[in-house]
Design a binder for this molecule. Structure first.
Ligand code: ATP
Ligand code: MG
Length: 646
């Protein structure tokens, strides 16, 4: 496929704050004079106490230090709420759309301010102090945002746990941060089904006697058991306290939240984020990467349990005073037009989602999209995985009508906010590439000896200096933090991902380094092979892993999901082998192709290649840490098929 380039649309060029020239100048300045650059950027926030030093950061092996704006003080909740409530309290902050079509709520800035203040007072009554951890196990409802902001208001540290997680996963995450207070709901709603949150929470708390209080939001109103002395209804606790609660002064380096990585490669890590740097990075990058303009309606589809929601559904947008759409449900229920209908209803301008969702909606065809007027969209984003060009083009043409730039944002729970992305008014787009570094970000590709690869080439994706949103540690495990990110390549932050830099300086993520396959001494990224497979018209999605091979060391095992209605055949297998040979070369020829009705994914939709690797090696029992697998039945079905055809 010849590489297509999508130039910046003319209308954006003339209206944007950041055009190509501005990006290049600012980027250069951000590297040459980081202190003055970030000092200026930090004005996006209101500070209680101005900082004097901007950055104190070292990555040397014997001294890893990450501090930003360290002697300044601020309150994240004030920045995301009070300053907007003061100016325009009656404007809408949250447009909530429930799982059930037709059920909606509009929350104004002053509504939210009152609710957050009451909850903050209620938490203080329960003995929550500055620095204490509070766990949150809620569906995507306005109360989840209130819970996060209420913690921030009093300097407590929130730990949001995805409401799709089991009681064991919840228990592990509560135990890890030892929170004494949990905020949950009677139930959640997902695709018309009731999710027993309180029941899961009760099971999780069975062996966690240190949890003293549980606040329960009434979401569905169904009867749930309440443990006297421990459990209280959220609304009753809020009714008893005042709606005024002044935000406390919080040091820039005081923690704001802990959040666990999604566990694609192993046991989730509790990443600890602090207040000042995180919020500066979240707010400035939200504004730049989506070309945010006052009055825009922003719709990010991430669940509140993921970092994407923390930074680009909640903190980044709210710090900018953006109106957000908060959607509780799933894109395919009651039918595959749900998101498109929401975009039409609320006249959404900025839309941010993940490739896995785009691919699943692509399988449903164009009709559900075409039914709706999506002309309000201006910018669309992608996050979580490399987006294969077929999905990119569909998103761009069918959803965005060919008008909207696709902002492919590369970042991690650890990075807090974006590191690589195009900017709408500045960067020509190449489908599948996360383009260029964000301000202040120094990417480096290192070969296995740790030497930097200059110009065109591939290597281990690392970053040569800190950025404000960076996680400061793994909660309770500084050793693991240093070992995971700073030891492999001394002097650099190591992402664990591989990347390629093309002749124009664009970055292409080639996959997780844990997943690199070594075929007869050639290192192949999984993404490349998967992209080739997915370019076949019959393929919906593919996952590629290594398998033991007597001669080659490792062979290539491909798990392929076909589009609806396509019939599995050996003929199709041969075509797929051919397409990989043509696009990459004979070295990448799959040794085995197995049809998979679905691929095993974690709850945020990422393919769990580590499980497929074990299956490909003939190990059908031990899948490692499976607490993050979304649907165990998918794994069982793949095991069955592989065993039958072995
Ligand atoms: P764990 O670290 O526990 O294995 P995880 O890496 O899946 O879990 P996240 O922090 O949610 O947890 O995901 C970050 C990873 O997602 C990145 O390291 C990268 O592999 C992938 N990723 C995110 N955005 C992009 C993108 N735009 N393009 C390519 N890959 C991306
Ligand atoms: Mg990771």
């Amino acid at each position: 496929m010849t590489q297509r380039v999508f130039p910046v649309p003319n209308v954006l060029k003339s209206t944007t704050r950041v055009d190509l020239q501005t990006y290049q100048n600012l980027y250069r300045r951000s590297l040459e004079e980081p202190e003055s650059f970030w000092r200026e950027q930090a004005r996006i926030l209101d500070w209680v106490k101005p900082f004097t030093t901007v950055k104190k950061t070292h990555y040397s092996p014997d001294n890893v230090t990450i501090e930003w704006f360290a002697d300044g003080a601020l309150n994240a909740c004030f920045n995301c709420l009070d300053r907007h409530a003061r100016e325009r309290g009656d404007d809408v902050a949250i447009l909530w759309e429930a799982d059930t079509p037709g059920e909606t709520r509009r929350v104004t800035w002053s509504d939210l301010q009152q609710e957050v203040s009451r909850l903050a007072n209620a938490l203080e009554r329960l003995g929550v102090n500055k620095g204490d951890f509070v766990s949150v196990y809620l569906p995507v409802v306005p109360e989840a945002i209130a819970a996060m902001l209420a913690c921030a208001r009093i300097g407590a540290v929130h730990s949001v746990v995805f409401s799709g997680f089991s009681s064991e996963a919840l228990a592990g995450r509560i135990e890890d941060c030892r929170s004494r207070v949990l905020i949950t709901a009677d139930e959640g709603m997902r695709a018309g089904k009731h999710v027993p949150l309180k029941k899961n929470a009760d099971a999780a708390l069975q062996n966690l006697p240190f949890v003293e209080h549980v606040l329960v939001v009434r979401r569905t109103g169904r009867d749930v058991p309440m443990t006297p002395g421990r459990d209280r209804w959220y609304d009753e606790a809020l009714a008893e306290v005042s709606a005024e609660c002044p935000p406390v002064e919080v040091g820039a380096e005081d923690p704001l939240f802990v959040l666990y990585t999604s566990g694609s490669t192993g046991k989730p890590k509790g990443m600890l984020h602090t207040t000042g740097g995180y919020l500066v990075h979240a707010a400035t990058s939200f504004r730049a990467m989506f070309d945010y303009r006052p009055g825009d309606i922003h719709f990010c589809t991430a669940d509140v349990g993921w970092v994407t929601a923390h930074t680009y559904l909640i903190y980044g947008p709210l710090a900018n005073g953006a109106t957000i759409v908060l959607f509780e449900g799933v894109p395919t229920w009651p039918d595959a037009s749900r998101w498109w209908q929401i975009i039409e209803t609320y006249r959404v301008n900025i839309f941010y989602t993940a490739p896995t969702a785009i691919r699943s909606l692509m399988r449903e065809g164009e009709a559900p999209v075409r039914k709706h007027d999506l002309s309000s969209l201006r910018v669309m984003g992608s996050v979580g995985e490399p987006i294969n060009p077929e999905a990119w083009l569909w998103y761009h043409e069918i959803v965005g009508g060919g008008r909207c730039p696709i902002i492919d944002t590369y970042w991690q729970t650890e990075t807090g906010a974006v590191l690589l992305c195009p900017l709408p008014g500045a960067t020509d787009l190449k489908p599948g590439s996360a383009a260029k570094p964000f301000f202040g970000v120094r990417p480096a590709l290192l070969n296995s000896d740790g030497a930097p690869v200059d110009g065109e080439g591939s290597g281990n994706l690392c970053f040569g200096d800190s950025w404000p949103g960076q996680a400061r540690t793994i909660l309770g495990d500084r050793e693991r933090f240093l070992k995971t990110y700073f030891t492999t390549f001394p002097g650099y932050y190591f992402t664990g991902d591989g990347a390629r830099r093309d002749a124009d300086g664009y970055y292409w993520i080639t996959g997780r380094l844990d997943d690199v396959i070594n075929v007869s001494g050639h290192r192949l990224g999984t993404v490349e092979v998967e992209t080739a497979l997915a370019s076949h018209a019959s393929v919906a999605e593919a996952a590629v892993v290594g398998m033991p091979h007597e001669i080659k060391g490792q062979g290539i095992f491909a798990f392929v999901t076909l589009k609806d209605g396509v019939i599995e055949s050996d003929e199709l297998r041969r075509e797929l082998v051919q397409i990989v040979r043509t696009r990459i070369g004979p070295i990448a020829t799959p040794d085995r192709i197995e049809w998979a009705p679905q691929l095993p994914k974690n709850r945020s939709g990422k393919i769990l290649r580590r499980i497929l690797t074990r299956i490909a090696a003939g190990d059908f029992e031990n899948h490692g840490d499976t607490s993050t697998v979304a649907d165990p039945a998918v794994v069982a079905e793949i095991v069955r098929r592989v065993q039958v055809s072995a």
